[in-house]
Structure formats: structure tokens, C-alpha cells
Design a protein around this ligand. Structure first.
Ligand code: NAP
Length: 254
């Protein structure tokens, strides 16, 4: 079976050291992409890149804190030095927070979530567009969430940030369509990653079972299932798709 090609494309993935980002980095590198893995978690990021390189594929690690403009600028400069201008950027770095009703959550939770999950995407999109404009185009793939398209009781800051990501995606898609830059979003439901495993532990077994059984497929999604769709999006087979949010939720929002 032939697979959607990403051969020789320079793909930068933020939050690429863990979960959905790591699964995507490994899959894309195995299909011939040159992958820049960017993450705050240096130990995990370096170890993943070592593993990818040992398998004979091309990847480099660059540390970044996406909530800091200077850090993001340094990341994109380093990535360009390594493999030339980015062709595709996957804005995946993200955090969650402990659940709580809106009025009970500290302002610090709001500010941190907006800084990483929304402003981080903003900084990375700006740097992506600059490199892509100088290189004839590209594709930005923003990882939002089902919390970006409907309510998410008890995680209002996360929900607001992920809705913001959809707004950025749609607006940038229209602004830059003529410049051959596509912008799409991916909206997963609960996926088995370190972030979600920690959350399920924190909410306790009863709530965890309720969350999992609440999905029509009665299970969590797997990081590989999200990576497979991201890999297809990264290929030219998705060439007429822009401004779209791809929902991967086992039917949860159907
Ligand atoms: P994950 O396993 O926790 O991986 C996220 C990675 O991002 C971690 O390596 C984390 O580092 C890194 N990171 C956190 N803050 C960062 C920052 N400021 N700058 C750079 N890197 C940072 O999470 P995941 O579940 O794969 O989630 C990936 C994305 O999918 C997130 O945007 C998340 O909101 C979204 N999403 C996930 C799910 C799900 O169910 N898993 C559902 C919908 C959407 P540390 O380990 O050091 O924190």
C-alpha cells in the first residue's frame, strides 16, 4: 500500500517530545520527513530524536517554551539553520489544568493556559508564516480539541484557548490562501497520552470510567490514530483543504 508522501519535507512539531507530538514526529520521520522536534521537555525530546536517528531517519531536537516570543524566534532560526525554511508546522505543545468551576479557578490558571495554548500558537504561527512566505508557501496544522468546538465544563480556560486556536486557524487560512499557505486544525477528544493518563488518575476511577464510557466507541483514542491523520494532512493529498478543523473523537460530538 502506498502512503501519503511527506518525503524531504521539513516538518516542525512543538510539544514533539510526548504524546500526540511524539507519535507524529516518529511517523513523519519514518516516512522521509526532516523533523524538528521542539519541546520544553529536553530529556524526553533528546531521547526521542536519538531513537528516530538510530532507526536511520532524520530529526533534530530544539528546546522551546512556546509561551515566550524570544524562545519561539530562536527555535525557528535554529530549525532553518538545520533543514532550511519550514514546509509544515504542527502547533501541538499544550497543557491542561485541574478541573474547577469558572468562578473557583485562580486567575493564574487562566493566564498560564492562554499563554501556552493560545499565545504559544500565535507566536509559532507568526514565525511559520514568515518562513513560508519566503519559501513559496507551506502548511500550518494547529492542534485544538473538541473543547475548541463545544463546551467543556470545568475547564473554561482550556476551552477558551482551544476555541481561540480555531479562530486563528480560520482567519489565517483566509488571509494567506493566496500565498499558498494552508492552515488547518485537528480536534481530538480524549487520547491516551501522558497528559490524559495523569488527568484520569487525578479525577479518580469513577470519573475516569465515566469519561471513557461516555465516548460512543467506549474507549480513549490512541496517539497513533491522531498521528496518522496528521501525516495525511501533511501530505499533498490534503491540498484543497484549508481553514478546516478535523474532528477525531470516536463520534463524541456527532
Ligand atoms: P503531552 O503528552 O503532555 O505532550 C505535550 C508536550 O508539550 C509535553 O512534552 C510538554 O512538556 C510540552 N509542553 C508543555 N508546555 C510547553 C511549552 N510552554 N513549550 C513547549 N512545550 C511545552 O500532551 P498530549 O496529550 O500529547 O497533547 C498534545 C496536544 O493535543 C495539546 O495541545 C493538547 O491540548 C491537545 N489535545 C490533547 C488531547 C488528549 O486527550 N491527549 C485531546 C485534545 C487535544 P512537559 O511534559 O514538560 O509538560
Amino acid at each position: 500500500m502506498t502512503v501519503a508522501s511527506v518525503q524531504d519535507k521539513h516538518i516542525l512539531i512543538t510539544g514533539g517530545a510526548s504524546g500526540i507530538g511524539a507519535a507524529s514526529a516518529s511517523l513523519l520521520a519514518s516516512r522521509g520527513a526532516k523533523v524538528t522536534v521542539a519541546d520544553m521537555n529536553v530529556e524526553l525530546g533528546e531521547s526521542l530524536v536519538k531513537q528516530i536517528n538510530e532507526q536511520g531517519h532524520v530529526a533534530s531536537f530544539v528546546p522551546v517554551d512556546v509561551s515566550e516570543a524570544d524562545s519561539v524566534a530562536s527555535l525557528f532560526a535554529a530549525a532553518k539553520d538545520n533543514y532550511g525554511p519550514v514546509n509544515i508546522v504542527i502547533n501541538n505543545a499544550g497543557i491542561d489544568h485541574l478541573p474547577g468551576a469558572l468562578a473557583d479557578l485562580d486567575d493564574a490558571v487562566w493566564h498560564k493556559n492562554i499563554a501556552v495554548n493560545l499565545t504559544g500558537v500565535w507566536y509559532c504561527m507568526k514565525q511559520s508564516v514568515k518562513q513560508m512566505l519566503s519559501n513559496g508557501g507551506g502548511h500550518i496544522i494547529n492542534i485544538s480539541s473538541v473543547a475548541g468546538i463545544h463546551s467543556a465544563p470545568l475547564v473554561a480556560p482550556y476551552c477558551a484557548a482551544k476555541h481561540g486556536v480555531i479562530g486563528l486557524t480560520k482567519t489565517a487560512a483566509v488571509e494567506y490562501a493566496k500565498a499558498n499557505i494552508r492552515v488547518n486544525a485537528v480536534c481530538p477528544s480524549f487520547i491516551r497520552t501522558p497528559m490524559v493518563e495523569k488527568m484520569l488518575e487525578q479525577v479518580g476511577e469513577k470519573m475516569a470510567t465515566r469519561l471513557i464510557k461516555g465516548n460512543p466507541m467506549k474507549r480513549l483514542g490512541e496517539a497513533d490514530e491522531i498521528a496518522a491523520t496528521i501525516a495525511w494532512l501533511c501530505s499533498d493529498e490534503s491540498s484543497f483543504m484549508t481553514g478546516h478543523n478535523v474532528v477525531l473523537d470516536g463520534g463524541m460530538t456527532a
